[in-house]
Design a protein around this ligand. Structure first.
Ligand SMILES: [Zn+2]
Ligand SMILES: [Zn+2]
Length: 460
């Protein structure tokens, strides 16, 4: 088997790895490149291989940096299956529709601004076609991807439906097992189960987003959340939380629910200002089979995401009204890296008020507005306007849904524990600094670790 590294190679976004065996080609993920507009636009238009050559796609989870280019493939004529878990199928349906909507709006905006026709990467119809090709399969059950190639999903513990993939390829008389970590989650995260490392691997493709640091503990994150709500409320300010609509938003709402029940936060309104988050919450509620039953709140209530302080706002008018309201409140809105979405309106309105707090609860990639907030830039450019950043900026790393370097090591050591032949580890999905640090750490633990660049081919 041959692996060719294409996306998320020496960077975080655009997850896509090409596996070739016996004249067949399988893609592991096909995600969007995000970051600098011009650069990512070009990358997003570049197919990993001609569409006619792709025989199957195995998807790790529904995040757009993993699934976001699937509609582009179907728009170009991809007609094979897209394997995924059942929850990933449902989440991808709303997330790809949303992504298509964003592509279409962006194209419209650019067409008007540049006075020339700009085509979206794909449209809503392409997204629907991609979802139709998705085949949901349960965790821990072997399925046939193609003749001679089987796969098994284990829970990656990262977001609802997220999976690591154990791919078994039979060539001639022997077989080889390639494990793809997908995005590895963390032990002890709210709602979802702990990561379940695959058991058999000859080689591993592993993510490395946080390969050079450790996070705060999950409990520490909840304490900080309580503190941010309490302090901002005491100043009469707003707590603005840019958050991915899927996963992070539900996790924060769940955390606020636990804190509210314990009387640890003041009773101020909490607005979830995102139609996508509202839809995603319904999908969480439809998949209790993947919940972590050992958690108190999960075991005591069916309404994890609904309690008296929470309001879900769907239409634009309701959203706009939030800006004219007074008094302390919490607003959770997308996008997670503050690159688009309703959070931009709230930031334009609230970033210059020192009573407010912008709470960063997720990874902010380079060249995003979110990263400028983390870096506490003097001004933020929002809708072409320079807005002074005078609000407090608080950062909670403990909310990461990605394993840190210790957890990645733990995950990999567990795979190794049941895979005596495992030696080679290919690091993907990380910025170079994080990758190089993790590669060094793994080498010192006896692994052969490398950080392939795009186009690197490896024979197994
Ligand atoms: Zn992810
Ligand atoms: Zn990812």
């Amino acid at each position: 088997m041959e692996i060719e590294f294409f996306g998320a190679a020496r960077e975080v976004t655009g997850s896509c790895h090409i596996v070739r065996t016996g004249g067949k080609t399988i893609l592991l993920d096909c995600g969007l490149f995000q970051g600098k507009r011009k650069e990512s636009e070009k990358k997003n238009l570049t197919l990993p291989v001609p569409v006619g050559e792709i025989d199957a796609i195995v998807l790790s989870h529904a995040h757009m940096d993993h699934a976001g280019r699937l509609p582009y493939l179907t728009s170009k004529g991809y007609d094979g299956s897209i394997w995924c878990t059942a929850a990933t199928h449902d989440l991808a349906a709303i997330m790809l529709a949303d992504s298509a909507h964003i592509q279409e709006m962006d194209a419209k905006y650019l067409s008007e601004r540049n006075r020339e026709a700009v085509q979206p990467l794909y449209n809503g119809e392409d997204a629907r076609e991609a979802v139709e090709k998705m085949v949901g399969v349960p965790y821990n059950r072997t399925f046939e991807v193609l003749p001679g190639v089987t796969a098994l999903y284990t829970d990656a513990g990262h977001i609802l439906g997220s999976a690591s993939v154990e791919l078994e390829v039979r060539e001639g008389g022997s077989s080889k097992r390639l494990v793809f970590s997908g995005d590895v989650g963390r032990w002890g995260l709210a709602i979802i189960r702990d990561p379940q490392p695959p058991r058999r691997a000859d080689a591993v493709i592993m993510e490395s987003t946080y390969g050079n640091r450790d996070h705060e503990s999950v409990d520490g994150a909840r304490d900080k959340l309580a503190q941010a709500v309490t302090e901002t409320a005491a100043r009469g300010g707003r707590l603005l939380i840019p958050a991915f609509s899927v996963g992070r938003t539900q996790e924060i709402v769940y955390g606020l629910h636990v804190l509210a029940l314990a009387g640890r936060i003041p009773k101020i309104p909490i607005y979830i200002d995102s139609p996508l988050a509202t839809d995603a919450t319904a999908i969480f509620e439809a998949h209790p089979e993947v919940y972590d039953r050992s958690e108190d709140l999960v075991s005591t209530t069916n309404d994890l995401f609904r309690f008296d302080l929470v309001r879900y706002t769907r239409d634009v008018e309701e959203s706009k009204k939030l800006n004219t309201m007074h008094g302390p409140m919490v607003i959770i809105a997308a996008s997670g890296m503050a690159e688009g979405g309703r959070i931009l309106h709230h930031l334009r309105h609230g970033a210059s008020d020192p009573r407010n707090t912008i709470l960063v609860v997720g990874f902010m990639a380079e060249h995003t507005l979110g990263r400028r907030i983390v870096d506490r830039a003097e001004t933020l450019k929002i809708f072409g306007e320079e807005v002074p950043l005078r609000a407090n900026v608080e950062i909670i790393n403990g909310y990461s849904a990605h394993a840190d370097r210790t957890e990645l090591q733990r995950w990999l050591d567990a795979v190794k524990g049941t895979s005596p032949s495992l030696e080679r580890v290919f690091l993907v999905h990380g910025e170079p600094e994080a990758q190089d640090a993790l590669a060094g750490q793994l080498e010192s633990h006896g692994y052969r670790a490398s950080c392939p660049t795009p186009g690197t081919k490896v024979q197994l």
